[in-house]
Every structure is written in structure tokens, then in C-alpha cells.
Design a protein around this ligand. Structure first.
Ligand SMILES: [Zn+2]
Length: 357
């Protein structure tokens, strides 16, 4: 009969002379299985099989000792079983440490970094065309002595409309689709409120350009709810329309090339008098006529005019002593023309492939 038969079935050891052999065989098997456990789960199974509190093969035998008839046999078998239990426990513990070390080594290997490997090349960032254009505008007007200033994007009705000569009920308010926050506050529809703020803060004479975000409820192929404007304001004694023309000519040539010409057309804005729209000779065809300029040879780029005396007064500047001019343009439009971007929506989609070009 195989000495393992009873053990394998998990039964209590029968009384008889072969008890010690039986115990040794059981122990040898437990130690082999512990050493061979492939992972922590298998090892836990070995522990349960032999040392499990209820029906572990060794535990059960220990409990069955009392049924042995001979006291000397009880003592011998008992001592052997206890020593065996301790050895199996030790073996399981040792195997557990071995498995854990192996797992750790494996994960270290998996996460290992080869510090001598060359790094992948870093992608260089690119400025968004709107950012680039705003910087260029600052640079160009900086040469003419203009300082860039900024103001709040959440603005009061008073600054956005009233103080720039658009009191409640003024017809120009209708064209500006306004995002209202409450009765008194809104998202600024243009950068013009900063003209008032600059005059109040800095006083005359002054030369500022005001690049910034503006907001209107408008969305189609050529209009966006958020867009960038830059406005310029020059206030001094004896400022005349010819100063405005010279300044804008310098700007057009710096931005679009030395051969550009500008032309002024009368227009109406609430905050300037007289008001002018400004065209630049087409940078694509040079004025001969093409699709970009709709065969006219001219492209509208900005609005401008002599600052209305009311606006000067609202900024705390004496219109009897000072005069000034102002101009404003959309940065997206200037960027489109300067960099030859046909679809303005590209400027807002943040497609990295486009920005990288
Ligand atoms: Zn053209």
C-alpha cells in the first residue's frame, strides 16, 4: 500500500506502525510542492492543502494524534509532525520571498531605462499666426513710439458704448451683437473702451496700441464669436488727418511690403469724425485685379478717423487743446492677408498641422 494514499485523501492517519514513514513521505511531498509553486497563488494553495486550519493534511494529522493508542508513538509522531509543520511553513515562506524577488526583478527590467539611448528629437513649437501678427503689429507701431496697453475683457456698458459716443439707443449698438452679463456689464465688443481707460490713466499726449480679444454673437464662415482686434490711439497737440495717413502708410508697407499703397474712403463710426475706411493695394496682384481683391486691386484692412471731441472729453482730454486719431483692425484679417491664409476658420481650429506650416 502506498504510504501516501491516506494523506492524499485528507483522512486522519490510521493507527499503526507505519505512521512515521507516512509522515515523512507527506513532509517530503509538501516541501517539493512548496519549492515548485509557480506563483504566489499556487503557493497559497500549497499552504492550504497542508497547513489549512480545518482540513490541511498536516493539521488534520496533528489533531488525530490523540487517537493513537501508544503514548510513546503519540509523542514521536507528534514531535515529528510539529517539526514537519515548522519546516513546511519555513519552506513556503522562503518560496514566497523568492517569488516576490523574481517579480520585482521582472518589473524593474520592464521599466528599465537605457540612459545611453539617444533622446527622440524635440518638436519645436510654433507661434499661432494670430500671436505672430499681434507681435508684428506691436513691433511696427513700437517703432512709431506706440506703447501696447490692455484692458478688461468684461467691460461696463458705460466704457464699451456710452463713453465712446454710443449712448443708449444709438444705432451703432445694433450692429454689435453683444454678449451681456447683466444690465451693466458685457463682454467687450471692441477694444475701444481701452481708449477711454488709457486717456483717463495716462492723460494727453499719448500713443497707445491696444491688442486684445473681443466678443460678438456672430458665427459664420467669416465671423467668429471671439476675435482679436488691435486699436491705435494717438493724441497730441496739432494732430491732423495727414498724420493718420502717414502712420497707416508706414504700417501697410511694414506689414504687407514696401510697394503697398493705401487709399482712404469716407465712412461713419460713432467715435471718430471724420471717419475713414482704409484700403491697401492688393498684395497678391499688386493692384491689377485678382480673386483676393475681387478684381478691384484694393483690399479693405481697417477703420479709422479723427477722434470725436466727445470721446476726448470722456477720456478727460481737452478737445480745444488736443486732437487725435484712432484706427482699428481685426488681427485675424491682417494675419490672413499677411500670411496668405484663405479660410479664416483655420485660425480657430487649432489644428497643429496648420500652425506648424
Ligand atoms: Zn488682387
Amino acid at each position: 500500500m502506498s504510504p501516501d494514499a491516506s494523506a492524499a485523501e485528507g483522512t486522519v492517519a490510521p493507527a499503526g506502525g507505519e505512521h512515521l514513514d507516512d509522515v515523512h513521505a507527506l513532509g517530503a511531498r509538501a516541501l517539493d510542492e512548496a519549492a515548485a509553486a509557480a506563483d504566489l497563488a499556487a503557493l497559497e494553495e500549497v499552504r492550504n492543502r497542508y497547513l489549512g486550519r480545518g482540513d490541511g493534511l498536516i493539521s488534520a494529522r496533528l489533531r488525530g494524534i490523540g487517537q493513537l493508542p501508544d503514548p510513546e508513538q503519540r509523542r514521536q509522531v507528534g514531535q515529528t509532525l510539529k517539526a514537519l509543520r515548522d519546516r513546511v511553513e519555513e519552506a513556503i515562506e522562503e518560496r514566497r520571498r523568492g517569488l516576490e524577488r523574481a517579480a520585482q526583478a521582472e518589473s524593474m527590467q520592464a521599466e528599465a531605462m537605457d540612459l545611453t539611448r539617444p533622446a527622440p528629437p524635440l518638436r519645436r513649437g510654433h507661434l499661432h499666426p494670430v500671436t505672430r501678427c499681434a507681435r508684428e503689429l506691436r513691433r511696427i507701431f513700437g517703432h512709431l513710439g506706440y506703447t501696447a496697453v490692455s484692458g478688461p475683457e468684461i467691460e461696463y456698458d458705460r466704457y464699451n458704448f456710452e463713453l465712446v459716443n454710443m449712448p443708449p439707443g444709438h444705432p451703432s449698438r445694433d450692429v454689435q451683437e453683444t454678449f451681456w452679463i447683466d444690465d451693466a456689464r458685457l463682454l467687450r465688443t471692441h477694444t475701444s473702451p481701452v481708449q477711454i481707460r488709457s486717456m483717463v490713466e495716462l492723460g494727453a499726449p499719448l500713443r497707445v496700441i491696444i491688442p486684445g480679444r473681443t466678443f460678438r454673437r456672430d458665427y459664420d464662415a467669416t465671423h467668429f464669436p471671439m476675435f482679436h482686434q488691435v486699436e491705435g490711439l494717438c493724441v497730441d497737440e496739432g494732430i491732423a488727418l495727414s498724420d493718420l495717413k502717414g502712420t497707416l502708410e508706414y504700417f501697410a508697407r511694414s506689414m504687407f511690403g514696401p510697394d503697398r499703397a493705401i487709399r482712404l474712403r469716407p465712412h461713419h463710426f460713432a467715435y471718430t469724425e471724420p471717419s475713414l475706411e482704409v484700403d491697401v493695394s492688393c498684395m497678391v496682384c499688386g493692384g491689377k485685379g485678382c480673386g483676393t481683391c475681387r478684381q478691384s486691386g484694393w483690399i479693405e484692412i481697417l477703420g479709422s478717423g479723427m477722434v470725436h471731441p466727445n470721446v476726448l472729453r470722456n477720456g478727460g482730454v481737452d478737445p480745444e487743446r488736443y486732437s487725435g486719431f484712432a484706427f482699428g483692425m481685426g488681427i485675424e484679417r491682417i494675419a490672413q492677408l499677411a500670411y496668405g491664409i484663405e479660410d479664416g476658420r483655420l485660425l480657430f481650429e487649432n489644428d497643429v498641422r496648420f500652425i506648424r506650416q
